[in-house]
Design a protein around this ligand. Structure first.
Ligand SMILES: CC(C)(COP(=O)(O)OP(=O)(O)OC[C@H]1O[C@@H](n2cnc3c(N)ncnc32)[C@H](O)[C@@H]1OP(=O)(O)O)[C@@H](O)C(=O)NCCC(=O)NCCS
Length: 213
């Protein structure tokens, strides 16, 4: 794997957010499911240009813009852009996972501007540890996808000791397949979504018999 330097790991470093940020919390998030604010977040790692950190409710606006973009969503699920309500649900789920187990699809922030770049990290899907990445279109083509994912992999393996990580992509999603290859993953099997082929990648040494469900 090409080297990405994770230059700062602040496992215990909790950054306290200004309480004023709570003003940005959308009404829908104030549901009985979320009856408290997350006024602090943990930074998992920093690379040269990016911070990988926990999610906060104030990320909803920027994340909603990312998933409303049809180009971003083209190779995800049924390829449809997603409504704001799904961004809210996603952030609520991420905050819950942070509390429950620590790891998730980490929020990726641009260090210089503070903008939300997107996410890279892990989730459980159909019994597999699934590695995924999704960046706002303005951030494509500058190496951020690989930089974020190499750092997310580092955190998954070193901070959370996770193994048997898989990743899936439609073969037409060339950038995504390339990120899997650059991280040292190889095809270990295949799956399908609505009749369309999905390539399943993993670290070959962890899957000597390929993908066995
Ligand atoms: C996939 C995605 C994360 C790539 O992000 P990115 O920041 O543009 O990727 P990088 O710049 O780090 O590029 C990584 C590699 O892929 C290549 N690549 C990226 N996009 C490509 C494209 N559209 N076509 C061909 N190659 C591409 C790059 O050239 C680079 O390879 P190289 O180092 O050998 O030159 C981004 O396009 C994205 O968020 N897409 C929408 C969400 C998505 O599809 N997620 C994956 C679902 S499985």
């Amino acid at each position: 794997m090409k080297k990405v330097t994770v230059i700062k790991i602040a496992e215990k470093g909790v950054q306290h957010l200004n309480a004023l940020e709570t003003k940005k919390i959308p009404h829908r998030v104030w549901s009985p499911r979320v009856n408290k604010l997350n006024v602090s977040m943990k930074v998992h790692a920093q690379t040269e240009r990016l911070t990988l950190r926990e999610w906060t409710y104030s990320d909803v606006d920027e994340y909603a813009e990312i998933i409303a973009d049809p180009e971003v969503m083209k190779f995800i699920g049924n390829g449809e852009p997603r409504p704001r309500a799904m961004a809210e649900d996603f952030v609520v789920r991420m905050v819950q996972q942070q509390e429950d187990r620590g790891w998730n699809r980490f929020a990726v922030e641009h260090r210089k501007t503070g903008a939300l770049v997107g996410f890279s990290g892990l989730d459980m899907q159909n019994g597999l540890l699934d590695f995924g990445w999704r960046l706002g279109r303005e951030f494509w083509g500058a190496g951020y996808g690989f930089e974020a994912s190499a750092a997310a992999l580092w955190i998954a393996q070193n901070t959370f000791s996770l193994t048997k990580i898989t990743a899936q992509s439609f073969p037409e999603n060339v950038g995504s397949v390339r990120i899997m290859e650059k991280m040292g993953m190889a095809q270990i099997g295949e799956d399908a979504f609505q009749g369309k082929l999905l390539l399943v990648y993993g670290f070959a040494q962890e899957w000597p018999d390929g993908l066995t469900k």
